[in-house]
Unconditional design. Structure first.
Length: 404
C-alpha cells in the first residue's frame, strides 16, 4: 500500500488553534485531501512535478476547483487536470455517494413533514453549508420521477375491494390560493394486502372528475372489483355506478352514522348512536334489518329527518353483510383511507399552502408511495382464502340483496 507524507507549514499549523474546532478540522482536512489529489496525480502520470522521466504517461494541465460538503464544513479542493488522459480519484465516488445521501435525506425530511425552512437549518448544522428554501424545493423535484412511475404503474392483480375518498388541499394557481381535491384509491389485492392503487388532483369533486379518475385506474389494469367502499357523495356514487356497473357499493358506516346524527335533535343523539352501533354489529343481515325497523319505529316521530336518511341509505350500508364476518370490520368504513388522510394533514399543516398542483403530487405521492411499500412488505389485512372459497355464494348474495 502506498504511503503518503503530509507537509504542514508551521505558521499554518499554529494558526489552527486560533480557530473553532470544526473550522480547524475543516482547514486541516482541506490541506490533506489536496495533497492526496496531488499524490494520485503523480501516481497516474508516473512522474512528480517537473520530473523528467521516460516513463511519464501524461502531463499536468493545471487544476480546477471543486467543493466538497462534509460534516465539518465545506472544503475547497484543487483537482488536478491532465492533458490527455482524464484524472481519476476515488474521492469523488465517495463524494457522489455522500452528496446523494444528503439529497435523499433532505427529500425524506420534507416527505416526513419537516418544512423547507427547517431543512435548511438542519443541513447547515450538519454540513456547515446553508441551503436556501428554493434550493431545497428544487432538490425535492428529484422525487418527480419515482413518484410518476409509482402513480402510473400497471395494476396486474385483482382488487376485490377498493376504498376511495377525496381530501381538499390548498395550492397556488394563477396567483390565487385555490382548493384542490386529492382523489385517493386503496385496493385490497388477492393476497389480502393493502395497496395505494391510484391518486390524482382535480379542481373539485363531481361525477365527471370521479369518472376520469376511475377510467385512469381501469386503463392501468384495475379489474376484479367486487365492492367499492366510500362515503355517499352524489358525484362519486354516480361515477361508481357508471364505471363499475358489475360491482356492489358499500356506504361507509362511519359517515352514514354521522349523517344520521347530524339531523337528530340533540337530546336523542346519545341513545340513537348506541342503537345504531348495535345495529351495525349484528351478526346477520336479517338481524340488522330487524333492528333498523325497530329504530325507525322508535324515532320516526321525534327525529324524522334522521330516520329518512336511515331508511334511504340503510341497505347500501350493510352490503358487507354478504361477506364472512372476518372481512366486515375492515371494510364497513373508509377508515383505512381516513387514517391516511390524517398523515396527509400532518404534512399539510407544515406546508399550509402548496406552491402548485405538481408539488401536491410530488409530496403526497411520496408519502403514499412510502406507506404503500410498508403495506406491501408488511402484514396482510386478512387471509383471502375463505373469500375465494365462498366467492360464488358471496356474489349471489351481493346480486340478490334485499331491496326496500
Amino acid at each position: 500500500m502506498a504511503q503518503l507524507h503530509f507537509t504542514l507549514d508551521y505558521d499554518f499549523f499554529v494558526g489552527l488553534f486560533t480557530d473553532s474546532k470544526d473550522e480547524a478540522f475543516g482547514k486541516l482536512m482541506e490541506v490533506m485531501l489536496n495533497q492526496v489529489l496531488k499524490a494520485e496525480s503523480s501516481q497516474q502520470l508516473n512522474a512528480d512535478n517537473y520530473e523528467r522521466s521516460d516513463e511519464r504517461l501524461d502531463y499536468r494541465n493545471g487544476t480546477r476547483e471543486r467543493s466538497l460538503t462534509t460534516r465539518i464544513g465545506k472544503i475547497e479542493l484543487q483537482v488536478p487536470r491532465h492533458r490527455n488522459v482524464p484524472f481519476k480519484t476515488a474521492l469523488f465516488e465517495n463524494y457522489q455517494r455522500n452528496e446523494q445521501a444528503l439529497i435523499s435525506t433532505m427529500m425524506e425530511m420534507v416527505v416526513q413533514g419537516v418544512s423547507t425552512r427547517n431543512v435548511q437549518k438542519v443541513t447547515e448544522e450538519l454540513c456547515g453549508e446553508t441551503f436556501s428554501k428554493s434550493t431545497v424545493s428544487e432538490i425535492c423535484k428529484e422525487l418527480d420521477v419515482p413518484v410518476k412511475q409509482f402513480k402510473d404503474r400497471l395494476l396486474p392483480d385483482h382488487y376485490p375491494f377498493v376504498i376511495v375518498d377525496a381530501i381538499y388541499l390548498k395550492a397556488r394557481e394563477d396567483h390565487r390560493v385555490r382548493s384542490k381535491a386529492l382523489f385517493i384509491a386503496v385496493g385490497i389485492n388477492n393476497t389480502g394486502h393493502k395497496e395505494v392503487i391510484g391518486f390524482d388532483v382535480y379542481d373539485t369533486e363531481k361525477t365527471s372528475t370521479w369518472k376520469s379518475f376511475f377510467e385512469s385506474l381501469k386503463s392501468r389494469g384495475l379489474r376484479g372489483v367486487d365492492i367499492m367502499i366510500s362515503d355517499a357523495h352524489s358525484g362519486l356514487r354516480e361515477a361508481i355506478k357508471e364505471c363499475f356497473g358489475g360491482s356492489s357499493w358499500q356506504r361507509c358506516q362511519a359517515h352514514f352514522i354521522r349523517n344520521i346524527l347530524d339531523k337528530c335533535p340533540k337530546k336523542y343523539i346519545t341513545g340513537l348512536a348506541s342503537e345504531l352501533r348495535d345495529m351495525f354489529h349484528s351478526s346477520t343481515a336479517e338481524e340488522a334489518r330487524r333492528l333498523e325497523k325497530s329504530i325507525y319505529d322508535e324515532y320516526k316521530d321525534i327525529a324524522e329527518e334522521s330516520m329518512s336518511i336511515l331508511d334511504e341509505g340503510f341497505e347500501d350500508s350493510i352490503t358487507i353483510m354478504a361477506l364472512p364476518s372476518k372481512y366486515r370490520i375492515a371494510l364497513r368504513t373508509s377508515n383505512i383511507l381516513e387514517r391516511e388522510n390524517r398523515e396527509i394533514r400532518r404534512r399539510e399543516k407544515v406546508i399550509q399552502i402548496f406552491p402548485n398542483t405538481d408539488s401536491i403530487i410530488r409530496l403526497i405521492g411520496a408519502v403514499l408511495m412510502d406507506d404503500h411499500n410498508s403495506w406491501s412488505n408488511g402484514q396482510r389485512l386478512f387471509d383471502m382464502k375463505e373469500y375465494y372459497d365462498k366467492q360464488g355464494i358471496i356474489k349471489h348474495k351481493l346480486q340478490n340483496s334485499y331491496v326496500a
